[in-house]
Design a protein around this ligand. Sequence first.
Ligand code: DX5
Ligand code: ZN
Length: 227
Amino acid sequence: MLRIAPSLLSADFGSLAEAVGEVAPEADWLHVDVMDGHFVPNLTIGPPVVQSLRRHSGLFFDCHLMMTNPGDFLEPFRRAGADGCTVHVEVGDTAALLAQAKALGLRAGLAINPETPYEAIDPFLDDADLILCMTVHPGFGGQRFMAEVLPKIARTRAELDRRGLGAELEVDGGIDVDSAGAVVRAGARVLVAGSAIFADDRPWEAARRLREVGEKALPGGRGSEAK
Ligand code: DX5
Ligand code: ZN
């Protein structure tokens, strides 16, 4: 099964509820990018915004915490209505953070930056409910997809399957109809997309096109044998 997770980062922040409504029919999850101005050079959304959006949507809120101190915010995000929170392996304290997220009833995700080697996440695969492979440097939407991350996605998929783990494998950054096939063939099953969806006049149609391309690349999907 393939999931599409539109990223609010590329939506109009003055009309977020409306933006969510526009993608909701074609969205499986809503990806919420949380940036702290330290881990990444940008500031975005905090728990109060998540709490406000919660009143407008029943979608699964997939919160991506690009923060140096996510442990201080897991509980506030949970209380605000987050369904899943993903922390970065680069900030350390990973086992404790994943355990804390799970204890709060969150889907516990672990993200890895493009330049961080696979070995950093390997010890935590059994404890994570989701692995997020960044396919751009985090901090900004609209960047170019980094194809050099594909071997890491494939290795993560192979290792999840070898260990019989059901963790989701998500990709984030530069995902569009040109890159979706390759990441799905590498093993990704949750596609985050910001600009490819919200830059379109009809975001729901852009999300549907992404799903169609991704589904064709699934094992057994039409076109899965094509490069
Ligand atoms: C980047 C964020 C992404 C971003 C993706 O730091 O984590 O979720 O919204 O945007 P696009 O799809 O435009 O690369
Ligand atoms: Zn993200």
